[in-house]
Design a protein around this ligand. Sequence first.
Ligand code: NAD
Length: 490
Amino acid sequence: MSTILKNYINGQWIESKGSSLIDVVNPSTGQRICRVPAGSKKDIEDAASSANDAWGAWRNTPATQRVQYLFKMKAVLEAHTDEIAAICTHECGKTFAESKAEMIRAVENIEVACGIPTLMQSVFSEDIATGVDEFVIRQPLGVGACISPFNFPIMIPFWFMPYAIACGNTYIIKPSEKVPMTMTRIFELFETLNLPKGVLNMVHGGRETVDAILEHPFIPAISFVGSTAVAKHVYQTGALNGKRVQAQGGAKNAVVVMPDADAETTVKIIVDSAFGCAGQRCLAASVVITVGDAAEKITPKVIALAQSKKTGNGMVADVDMGPVISMESKDRILKLIQTGIDEGAELLLDGRDIKVTGFEDGNFIGPTILGKVNAESEVYKTEIFGPVLSIVNVETLEEAIELINKNRYGNSACIFTRSGAAARKFRHNTMAGNIGVNIGVAAPMAFFPFSGWKESFFGDLHGQSSHAVEFYTQTKVVIERWNDEWSRKF
Ligand code: NAD
């Protein structure tokens, strides 16, 4: 019998009211490590009621006092970095170093949200008419909720939650059912913050839990991160129910390499971007578009460096790349590699048959590279979300930009060049929301919005920074007349 995880509602650990359970499996070993409730509507009803009850007092707590809990949150997470990172690696598969890096990104968002007393400030116009002033107040919405994916179990809820609660909302986090242990441990640590009961809640589950969030009348604001199909469903259903929704979806990020790019730096950065987190990063380089003779300059070097990367259990010190999340995911990726070969791509590096001694039941795929990929092929268009890099060759920067702009996704695009003019043209014309120039993973810092475009994002305000503050507040415009003569009467 393995542990069955509980929900955290109204300051207490509570068993799910649902009857089904899902196995949580260590992707390196194939072993079940615990079970998580598949969830139920009742769990969300309980969490939403508790959060709604807590909201009245929380919104009236001064922002300067609310952020004191966030300062403590930062300290408690930092004090437990290694422990949380190990749990993350255990259930998600990424390397221990990658899990620790995720933690830093989470904490940076807490740090930014600690500035809420300033970030929530608004505008004031004195004397719009004689004795009349007009101003804006930012107020919280009520209960917010975050639905997160498997690939960043620590970081992603922190793109939203610290801002939401700092602004005076109460909150529900629904972690991915594939990686629920990390957030469960984080909530155990949050108990030491002594937040008022109901301000922060966590409900486990899958589809039924998500649909209950989308329908619940107490939840006016939802942040989602996951695949495009589910992001669309969340955005549409949330909107149908009158909610504001920000839904970040899938990606297929291209990296353009110009003939003048510095080969050594470019190759190192591209290989890190493509194969870090086993390619399961929404900002991973998934396609390299070489321009002109950049193809000959970098392709053999990319293959050699990727080949040198060690695949294995992420807790082993010299391992560069962990497994993919599940056997289903591995099967799907292997099929897509075969599709690419069938469509005429050259298999430049084959990671399909990798064996990791001692971890024979893990979901490992070694770095895989497909060359001469046709931009009309399925393997080019589909999000693979695994350690597979496609290389496409074109003759001009304009062709490269056109290819990127034709893609349904627009999460990120990067260029490697020594030319300011090429970089500027790329930045200006490329239809993607996060742009990198000589950068492989264009991940915005916490004080910038995470700016996906096209089918990588549904909504208008993104996660992180001022966007998160705007998303989790509504504006109230006040017009006031104060007449001098009335005062004299007292
Ligand atoms: P997913 O869409 O399968 O799951 C995300 C969340 O949605 C989970 O909490 C899951 O329980 C829930 N869910 C799954 N199917 C559902 C359904 N039919 N109805 C309602 N809810 C459902 O995504 P994933 O596999 O966990 O994560 C990988 C995906 O997330 C990739 O496509 C990746 O690009 C994307 N991602 C995007 C970003 C970004 O910033 N744009 C960041 C990280 C991951």
